[in-house]
Write a protein that binds this ligand. Structure first.
Ligand SMILES: C[S@@+](CC[C@H](N)C(=O)[O-])C[C@H]1O[C@@H](n2cnc3c(N)ncnc32)[C@H](O)[C@@H]1O
Length: 339
């Protein structure tokens, strides 16, 4: 068992790259287009690839079926809810898979132990990118910025449909909402379309909103959330606070509070982010949260937070209270924060 654990963890990067291979070969799209369970030879001919490689493809599929990414019946391979997320005419989560399996990532992660020995606060990302922060690189290199925004949009697609369906009462009584750090607008568009009476605004850095989705359903404002956030009676912060350390989160939350207060109507901040719960019986969810935590530590020098850490930054920013919704959106929780 102990040996298996170490062997499994040593090889687990292969899971990431097997998934990446399935994305690059668009296996989900091919099974969808086939319209019924797809035999191996049909899948292979659709790629197309030399017939002598069919057994290689079969072995790749055996792993991915075992992991639950694809299903299999006597008649062939099938989509599962997981592989449906990869469909390019659906959530297109393949963009997210590509972001995390970039060729440079492996070289960078190889240097993680060096960061522990360094003095100072340089993150793994800064160490492997000439001291630059991730946001600087995304601004300076439009191709990286586009890849990142596309990945965030695909993640938004997969989270937001469930959010508006399962948490619609969060929007009761609201008349305006600003999605702060909303990227190119996937989330705010889904909210605006689900709640047409709500005046929605996308707010992100100017060079990010330049590439915002074109839509009449929301306004677009470029700016810096550390300076001023446009007024509204709901501020939406999805996957933003985990990018920042506690002091910066308190600064952002204080700016959100100013924006709520200047809209006169009270309101709330709606946060979607991970709440780490080591007691959760879903061990896959706990492990995924912890993997995100190491990722945030290494990219931004930030973190995923447990209940106590959320409590501390929320009350530290002067809010009167908060409620963690009994809803899980993948590994993400929904936190309603009251001024
Ligand atoms: C992890 S992404 C999340 C994007 C989006 N909320 C989502 O869930 O897909 C964080 C976002 O924060 C934005 N951001 C970073 N610094 C910012 C700042 N100072 N002011 C406004 N937005 C900022 C980034 O451009 C990026 O779009």
């Amino acid at each position: 068992m102990d040996l298996t654990l170490i062997q499994n963890l040593s090889l687990s990067y292969i899971s990431s790259f097997a998934l990446r291979c399935a994305v690059d070969l668009d296996i989900s799209g091919r099974i969808q287009a086939y319209g019924r369970p797809m035999p191996l030879n049909e899948l292979a001919r659709s790629i197309p690839m030399p017939p002598e490689k069919d057994s290689m493809l079969g072995r790749l599929m055996t792993l991915l079926v075992h992991q639950g990414v694809f299903g299999q019946s006597e008649d062939g391979y099938q989509l599962t809810p997981a592989s449906e997320l990869l469909l390019t005419d659906g959530c297109n989560l393949g963009a997210y898979v590509r972001l995390f399996t970039q060729s440079q990532s492996m070289n960078d992660w190889n240097r993680l132990s060096e960061v522990f020995k360094d003095t100072g606060n340089c993150t793994l990302f800064e160490k492997t990118h000439d001291g630059k922060k991730a946001w600087e690189i995304l601004k300076e290199m439009p191709s990286s910025g586009n890849r990142f925004n596309e990945a965030m949009a695909s993640q938004s697609n997969s989270i937001m449909r469930g959010f508006v369906a399962r948490c619609s009462n969060i929007f009761d009584g609201l008349n305006s909402l600003v999605d702060v750090g909303g990227g190119t607008g996937t989330a705010v568009k889904i909210i605006a379309e689900a709640f047409p009476g709500l005046k929605c605004t996308l707010f992100d850095l100017p060079h990010v909103v330049e590439n915002a989705l074109k839509s009449d359903s929301f306004d677009v404002i470029g700016g810096d959330m550390f300076e001023k956030i446009p007024p509204a009676n709901a501020i939406f912060l999805k996957k933003v606070l985990h990018d920042w350390g506690d002091e910066d989160c308190v600064r952002i939350l204080k700016k959100c509070k100013e924006a709520l207060e200047s809209s006169k109507n009270g309101g709330k901040v709606i946060v979607i982010d991970i709440v780490i719960d080591l007691e959760n019986n879903d061990t896959k969810a706990v492990e995924t949260s912890l993997l995100y935590d190491i990722s945030m530590m290494s990219i931004h020098g930030s973190k995923e937070r447990n209940k106590q850490e959320w409590h501390d930054i929320i009350l530290g920013a002067g809010y009167s209270g908060y409620k963690i919704y009994p809803v899980q959106l993948g590994v993400n929780s929904v936190i309603e924060v009251y001024p």
